[in-house]
Design a protein around this ligand. Sequence first.
Ligand SMILES: C[S@@+](CC[C@H](N)C(=O)[O-])C[C@H]1O[C@@H](n2cnc3c(N)ncnc32)[C@H](O)[C@@H]1O
Length: 283
Amino acid sequence: MIASDDYAFLSDLLKRHSGLALGPGKEYLLESRLPAVAVTYGHGDITGLVHALRAAPPKELVKHVCDAMTTNETMFFRDGKPFVALEKELLPAAARRARSQGRPVRIWCAASSTGQEPYTIAMIVAQLESQLEGVKVEITATDFSAAALQRAKAGIYNQFEVQRGLPVQLLMKFFRPHPDGFELVPDIRQRVSYREINLLDPFPSFWQFDIIFCRNVLIYFDVATKKSVIDRMATLLLPGGALFLGGTESTLGITDSVVRAPGNASGLFCRPQDLEFHTVKAA
Ligand SMILES: C[S@@+](CC[C@H](N)C(=O)[O-])C[C@H]1O[C@@H](n2cnc3c(N)ncnc32)[C@H](O)[C@@H]1O
């Protein structure tokens, strides 16, 4: 059983470094996920691990502890509706604006986990390409977890993962058999560039996006951290831009920097001044 002051110490460390707000009563989570990290680094058990972390924690150990505590759950075409809105409305509209300004469409998939979300976007872009009249689409995918990013870059998914959400015709079109399951074709892999980014850190100042996906990660943060992330993302949105949050996530009582797009039930938000751009109906 984890000591209460060790629990308090680890909760504080996780909140400061990854944003994870553990709250009370989550001892079982630490007890199930941290012993392996303790053993890997030669600290025996959680008590030894906390001792090392209290002394002079090497950056790599802190990172590994945070990584072990994050949830990487994801799937292709998760929740469906956001991707219908992307394909039918948002991408064509963003391409029209980008074309008139002589620039690419820019999409950021924040908290991209093992890649199913950015590759879903990439497959939609590939399918729509002939209608985009030569406008390029840049997809930047980021995550805090180096392990998740490594898996994402490899683009290899097992049978279970491709059976969750991926239409069979897209499996046949964009994947090839691989000894570990299925491998994405290079054309889709190369459409996504990956980068390690902690959402708590300042974002690169030159970043601007037409569409940002930040789904199913803010649920783990406290209100102040959610507000900080959403407000900073809102400043990166180009005029007419869109921010997707997870289906159960809301900005109510958190911030006014973005508002729910009218008539939409798929987690689509925009800056208040961009409401006129968004006429996407619930799909
Ligand atoms: C549940 S997954 C969501 C994946 C995908 N967005 C989706 O909706 O299917 C949450 C992801 O957030 C990442 N994450 C957690 N804290 C983070 C932080 N502070 N900065 C960046 N990514 C973080 C985790 O590593 C994990 O891959």
